[in-house]
Design a protein around this ligand. Structure first.
Ligand code: UDX
Length: 430
C-alpha cells in the first residue's frame, strides 16, 4: 500500500519504518529539513533498539523514503498517518496546533480517496475536529480514523511487530476495509484488531496509560509504609501479582514514572474533566503522588549524608527508563535539581542519555562510565535500571567511593548482599 507518515518522531518513524518492512511503500514526511536530511543519510534521531537496521534496509530497498514536501507526500496515497507531536501546554492541555496544521496541509494536497489516520495521542473528539477542518477545505473524499499507538520506548519495534491489540476508531465500512488490509500481516498471526467508535478509540489510549500510571503510583504510595514497617515492596508486588486478577506487570516501585506519555496523558484527563466541571480528584491524586514521590529521594540520600553542601553525589541513570535516551519527565532531573539547590556536586552517568541531559544541566559533571562517576563520591543513587548497573563490580565501586552509601531507587540490588559488602543501603519501599 502507498502510505505517508506525517511527523518523524517516535511514533511516525517507528511505525513508518515497520510498515515499510511489511512491504508497503512508505514516505516519512517532516517539516524539519535537517532531520529529513539526516534520515536520508541513515542517521536516526532517537535511540531505539532495532530501528536503525530497519530504516537502512528499507531505505536501501526503496520502500522507505523521506520528504519535506506535503505536495509530494500526500497526493496519490491510500493512507496518511498523522503522527505529529502534541506537546503539553502549561495548563496541562495538549497543544493541537501541529495536528491542525497537518490537517490543513492534507486538505490542500489530497487528490483521491484517502484514509487519514490519527495516531498520536489526542483528546477525545479531536478526530472529529480534524474531519471538520479537512471537509471545509476540499471536496475530495476521505475518512478520518483513530488508531492510537501503544509503543513503549526502548521496545517500540517489538511492540509494533507484536502488539497486544490494535485499536481502530471508525464507523465507515470503506475505511475499515483499507485498515484491515493494512494490518493483515498482524491479523494473520492472530493479533486482535478491535473496531469501535472514534471517541471510544481515543479514550482507550488515555485510559490504558492512566491505568498503568495508577498501578505505579499505587505501589509508590505504599513505599513509605514499607520503609516504616520493614516490609519489602518488591515482595509485596510479587505476592500481589500472582493474583490473576491483578497480574505482575507495572507493579514495580520506582523513583516515579516519567516519559512523554504517562504524565502528559494523566494531566490531559484531569484537564478534560475539570474543564467539563467534573470531579478529577482520582486522576489528580495519581499525578500529585508521582510528583511528590519524585521529590522524596533527597531524604533517602540525607539519611546517610545529612549535609549535602559540597558533597559529591553520583547519579547512575538519567533516562526515564532503560534502553532509551529520553529524559522527559525523568525523576533523575528532579533529583539533580534538588541536589544542586542543596549545593551538592553531581556526577552523572548514563549509557545513552547524557547528551539530552546536558541540554537541561550543562554544568554538572558527566562521566564516561559508572566507575568514574562514583570516584570520591559520598553516595551513589541508582535512578534507571540499566543492565550495566546490575552487573557492576561492587567491590571496585566500594574502593572508589569516599563514603559507602547506595540509594537504590529501582530496587535492583539485594539489600542483604549490599550490606554484607560493607555499604549502607536504602531502596524504595524496602
Ligand atoms: C508508555 C506506554 O507503556 C505505551 O503503551 C504508550 O504508548 C506510551 O507510554 P513509555 O512511556 O515508553 O510507554 O514507557 P513505559 O515502559 O510504559 O514506562 C513509563 C514509566 O513508568 C517509566 O518511567 C518506567 O520506569 C515507569 N515504570 C514502569 C515504573 O515505575 N514501574 C513499573 O512497574 C513500570
Amino acid at each position: 500500500m502507498k502510505i505517508t507518515m506525517i511527523g518523524t518522531g517516535y511514533v511516525g518513524l517507528v511505525s513508518g519504518a515497520c510498515f515499510s518492512d511489511l512491504g508497503n511503500d512508505v514516505t516519512c514526511l517532516d517539516i524539519d529539513e535537517e532531520k529529513i536530511n539526516n534520515l536520508r543519510a541513515g542517521k536516526i534521531p532517537i535511540y531505539e533498539p532495532g530501528l536503525k537496521e530497519i530504516v537502512q534496509r528499507n531505505a536501501n530497498e526503496g520502500r522507505l523514503t523521506f520528504s519535506t514536501s506535503y505536495e509530494d507526500a500526500i497526493a496519490g496515497r491510500e493512507v496518511v498517518f498523522i503522527c505529529v507531536g502534541t506537546p503539553q501546554l502549561p495548563s496541562g492541555k495538549a497543544d493541537l496546533k501541529y495536528i491542525f496544521q497537518a490537517a490543513e496541509s492534507i486538505a490542500k494536497h489530497i487528490n483521491n480517496f484517502t484514509v487519514v489516520v490519527q495516531k498520536s495521542t489526542v483528546p477525545v473528539g479531536t478526530a472529529k475536529r480534524i474531519e471538520g477542518i479537512i471537509r471545509s477545505k476540499t471536496s475530495v473524499d476521505f475518512e478520518i480514523v483513530s488508531n492510537p499507538e501503544f509503543l513503549k520506548e526502548g521496545a517500540a519495534v517489538k511492540d509494533f511487530q507484536n502488539p497486544d491489540r490494535i485499536i481502530i476508531g471508525t464507523e465507515s465500512e470503506r475505511a475499515k476495509k483499507v485498515i484491515e488490509n493494512l494490518y493483515r500481516p498482524h491479523s494473520r498471526v492472530n493479533r486482535p484488531i478491535l473496531f469501535m467508535k472514534r471517541e471510544t478509540a481515543e479514550l482507550v489510549k488515555y485510559a490504558s496509560n492512566a491505568m498503568l500510571a495508577t498501578r505505579i503510583s499505587f505501589m509508590n504510595a505504599l513505599t513509605p509504609f514499607c520503609e516504616k514497617t520493614g516490609a519489602d515492596i518488591k515482595e509485596v508486588a510479587k505476592g500481589m501479582g500472582l493474583d490473576g486478577r491483578i497480574g505482575p506487570r507495572f507493579l514495580q516501585a520506582s523513583p516515579g514514572y516519567g516519559g512523554s506519555c504517562f504524565p502528559k496523558d494523566v494531566r490531559a484527563i484531569i484537564d478534560f474533566l475539570e474543564s467539563s466541571q467534573v470531579n478529577a480528584q482520582f486522576f489528580r491524586a495519581i499525578d500529585q503522588l508521582n510528583e511528590f514521590h519524585k521529590k522524596s529521594h533527597l531524604n533517602r540520600i540525607r539519611k546517610f549524608v545529612p549535609e549535602l553542601k559540597d558533597k559529591k553525589i553520583a547519579i547512575w541513570g538519567l533516562s526515564f527508563k532503560p534502553r532509551t535516551d529520553d529524559v522527559r519527565e525523568s525523576a533523575s532531573l528532579t533529583l539533580i535539581e534538588q541536589l544542586l539547590e542543596q549545593g551538592a556536586n553531581v556526577s552523572a552517568y548514563d549509557p545513552e542519555a547524557i547528551e539530552n541531559t546536558k541540554k537541561v544541566f550543562p554544568n554538572i559533571e558527566y562521566s564516561q562510565n559508572p566507575y568514574e562517576a562514583v570516584n570520591a563520591a559520598n553516595a551513589v543513587v541508582v535512578m534507571t535500571e540499566w543492565d550495566v548497573f546490575r552487573s557492576i563490580d561492587l567491590n571496585k565501586v566500594k574502593e572508589l567511593m569516599l563514603e559507602k552509601n547506595i540509594i537504590d531507587c529501582r530496587n535492583i540490588y539485594d539489600p542483604a548482599e549490599i550490606k554484607s559488602l560493607g555499604f549502607n543501603y536504602a531502596g524504595v519501599g524496602r
